[in-house]
Design a protein around this ligand. Structure first.
Ligand code: SF4
Ligand code: FES
Length: 255
């Protein structure tokens, strides 16, 4: 691993004895295939209010210090799922991680999520992740004629898959899974969560098809129940439980 380099950043003019600003070091794993085949850590020291988020710090670095720093983000409010990254060794959304909550007295490490090819800095190739998502057919499948009114569902039936509707496809779960790290062919937790969302929907009629897809050698049976996915999910989805429910449905064919 290369020795970290240091970029010093000027003190924010608003800093004063009463200022909430503190100096925080962000140690970011940089990779630019046009410059080097090797990634290396680079330190950035910035003045920032610890009540701000890691995403704010990344913006500050990009806008004020080094415009080449590359990362994804869109909504900045935990909805779009585009800024999952490893922060202090744990998968988190940068926009939902307050600096004060991750010990700003020590350098805060930021790197790309694991198991997917890094394209540049914190940006990974999400194509295999979204291909697995598409493979489980994440849409309502029905047979017969078009209904003349909306498809009704009891509150109890809706509750059955409520948890898995919360997924924002951030990939924090899949990229925290050791099975996925070892073999990117595994569908991964996020695809299974999204299959669960339709398998257990009383209005859907494609459950058998999805179960057969997940019965594949790269499907649910690869899960080793490590709970990394549940720990990583920023939406608090019980990912491992959902995977277990899909396994059970495969055995009992009841869903
Ligand atoms: S289940 Fe959670 S961690 Fe996995 S992709 Fe969906 S929101 Fe992200
Ligand atoms: S930027 Fe959209 S979830 Fe963080």
């Amino acid at each position: 691993m290369a020795t970290p380099t240091m970029d010093k950043v000027g003190t924010d003019p608003s800093a004063s004895p009463a200022s909430p600003y503190i100096t925080v070091t962000f140690r970011i794993r940089r990779f630019n295939p046009e410059v080097s085949d090797e990634a290396q850590w680079q330190d950035f020291q910035i003045e920032i209010d610890p009540k701000e988020r890691v995403l704010d710090a990344l913006h500050k670095i990009k806008w004020d210090v080094d415009g080449t720093l590359t990362f994804r983000r869109s909504c900045a409010h935990g909805i779009c799922g585009s800024d999952a990254m490893r922060i202090n060794g744990k998968n988190r959304l940068a926009c939902k991680t307050l600096i004060k909550d991750i010990n700003p007295e020590k350098p805060i490490t930021v790197e790309a999520i694991k198991g997917l090819t890094v394209l540049k800095d914190l940006v990974v190739d999400m194509d295999p992740f979204f291909q697995a998502y598409r493979d489980v057919m994440p849409f309502l499948i029905t047979k017969g004629n078009e209904p003349t009114r909306e498809r009704l569902q009891s509150a109890e039936d809706r509750e059955r898959f409520d948890d898995t509707t919360k997924c924002i496809l951030c990939a924090a779960c899949t990229s925290s899974c050791p099975v996925f790290w070892n073999d990117g062919q595994y569908f991964g937790p996020a695809a299974i969560v999204n299959a669960h969302r339709f398998i257990f929907d009383s209005r859907d009629e494609g459950g058998e098809q999805r179960l057969e897809i997940l019965n594949d050698r790269d499907g649910v049976w690869r899960c080793r129940t490590t709970f990394n996915c549940t720990d990583a999910c920023p939406r608090g989805i019980e990912v491992t439980k959902a995977i277990q429910e899909v396994k059970r449905a495969l055995i009992t064919r009841r869903f």
